[in-house]
Design a protein around this ligand. Structure first.
Ligand code: NAD
Length: 500
């Protein structure tokens, strides 16, 4: 199938793919797939006004009825999984199973949100005053902007949109300018669900805007977009976060990670090797939760590194559409160049590098393919503390667990972390208040590939936002505390007397 055929199979028409000024390239071979129309910044006020107007209707619909729309979106996604997954592969360069896995994640969050639509629970609270009832209720907030990154071109939208919709909020989505086609194809799927849902869905409930930073900034500065969920680099978050807060909006920030694994002396090394390889080279190191730092006990380091270097030497690198490929391309040449530069810096900081070269033979021409790198570092130097969005695994050694935890925590980011150990004391210490400072901390499982049932996000420069499962839905609603006096008296709290 040609690139165009893949895009058309996912529901895009000739008109969708031509006639615009934004060129879309496939990381597989760098070929231009489409030239699409970008949103004119001048249209943004009208788009946001449409969303505000949709809010006035949508917020009044009972939440389980709102959940019905999400159920239909999930059903349509199931029907379109193959085609949308193939388009994710084409546009983001993910291997086939990861492209399909991304769509499965969308389906899973829809299922989760449908259940949630009957469980937006508040509280009743014991009042200190006789004849009084206190309660807490959760209400819709208003339009929710979603800015997403190229590496999860569709799943990030669904984590936000499925929750926002059942919570009573319209959504305006600005995908990465590198991956607009998957977003457009997702909106076609959404349109089918909306048609089946009927008239209860107001115009402007789910909108898509196409473009770069300037369009995202229009969402960030508009006081009519009370929630802005932004996924991407810490650099982007450092602009968007303060802009949203300066007009008293609520940012949900999901930014860069620098994820580590501690491998203790008792670790099951076979399991650790499998977990390291999946999490360090999967998606060519372009997951926010990719494993970037390996902190290994001195007693097991040499054996583990030997096994990793051997395994890395036989990694199937190439066309992500081919069965058997495990490492597809980086998103573009700039990303490859950033990786090669980081490895030069690592060497200048005392590192010894295995792999980490560009691949041009046996891969589609025009794509940015690389051999994943292992860099043995003498210490946690500056380059190790930075997120390079490519498959580089920095290896450091430790002797005492507290030193390993200190190394794990001593980076600006705080997304995901894990420990491999069979020692219960070590495992529990890692998960305790004196352990990992990340939003995600695992035992005997790698840092990447989270399930949607848990809250997803991280601390420090990762931004502090939470999405997806657990009670992340509360980030999309406003909390109201109410006291009702059903007595014939007016007692004041804290025993205050104020009698005329
Ligand atoms: P990026 O920051 O370049 O772009 C992300 C999105 O932000 C894009 O839609 C882009 O157009 C938009 N954007 C950029 N500047 C903006 C601005 N000034 N105002 C408004 N919008 C702006 O990131 P990327 O290269 O697409 O993605 C990779 C990064 O995303 C990595 O750092 C990765 O760790 C991070 N990421 C984090 C998570 C998470 O959940 N924590 C998930 C996926 C990716």
């Amino acid at each position: 199938m040609t690139h165009i055929d893949v895009a058309k199979a996912a529901g895009l028409s000739e008109t969708d793919l031509t006639g615009g000024s934004l060129a879309v390239h496939s990381p597989i071979d760098g070929a231009e797939v489409a030239r699409i129309k970008a949103t004119d910044p001048a249209e943004m006020p009208a788009i946001i006004a449409r969303s505000q107007s949709a809010f006035k209707t949508w917020r009044n619909l009972p939440a389980p009825r709102r959940g019905e729309l999400v159920r239909l979106i999930g059903e349509e996604l199931r029907a379109a999984k193959e085609e949308l997954g193939a388009l994710v592969t084409l546009e983001a360069g993910k291997i086939r199973s990861e492209g399909l896995g991304e769509v499965q994640e969308m389906i899973d969050i829809c299922d989760f949100a449908v259940g949630l639509s009957r469980q937006l629970y508040g509280l009743t609270i014991a009042s200190e005053r006789a004849g009084h009832k206190m309660s807490e209720t959760w209400h819709p907030m208003g339009p929710c902007g979603v800015i997403s990154a190229f590496n999860f071109p569709v799943a990030v939208w669904s984590w936000n949109a499925a929750l926002a919709l059942v919570c009573g909020n319209p959504v305006i989505w600005k995908p990465s300018e590198k991956t607009p086609l998957t977003a457009m194809a997702t909106m076609k799927i959404v349109e089918r669900a909306l048609a089946r849902f009927g008239d209860d869905a107001p115009d402007g409930l789910l909108q898509l805007i196409i473009g770069g930073a300037e369009i995202g900034e229009a969402l960030a500065i508009s006081k009519d977009v009370p929630i802005l969920s932004a996924t991407g680099s810490t650099r982007m978050g450092s602009i968007v976060g303060p802009a949203v807060m300066s007009r008293w909006g609520r940012p949900i920030l999901e930014l860069g990670g620098n994820n580590a694994m501690v491998v203790a002396p008792s670790a099951d090394i076979d399991m650790a090797v499998r977990a390291i390889i999946f999490s360090a080279v999967g998606t060519a190191g372009q997951r926010c939760t990719s494993l970037r730092r390996l902190i290994v006990h001195k007693s097991v380091k040499d054996g583990l590194v030997d096994r990793l270097v051997k395994a890395y030497a036989s990694l199937p690198i190439g066309d992500p559409r081919e069965a058997g490929t495990l490492v597809g391309p980086l998103v573009d040449a700039a990303s490859r160049d950033a990786m090669l530069r980081a490895l030069e810096v690592a060497k200048s900081e005392g590192g010894t590098v295995f792999g980490g070269t560009a691949v041009t033979e046996g891969v589609p021409k025009g794509g940015a393919y690389v051999v994943p790198a292992i860099a043995l570092m003498p210490a946690q130097t500056d380059i190790v503390k930075a997120e390079t969005f490519a498959p580089i695994l920095y290896v450091m050694e430790y002797e005492a667990l507290e030193d390993a935890i200190a190394l794990q925590n001593n980076v600006p980011q705080g997304l995901s972390s894990c420990i491999f150990t069979l020692n219960m004391r070590e495992a529990e210490t890692f998960l305790s208040a004196q352990g990992s400072d990340c939003g995600i901390a695992n035992v005997n499982i790698g840092p990447s590939g989270a399930e949607i049932g848990g809250a997803f996000g991280g601390e420090k420069q990762t931004g502090g936002g939470r999405e997806s499962g657990s009670d992340a839905w509360k980030g999309y609603m406003r909390r109201q505390t109410s006291t009702v006096n059903y007595s014939a008296e007016l007692p004041l709290a804290q025993g205050v007397k104020f009698d005329l």
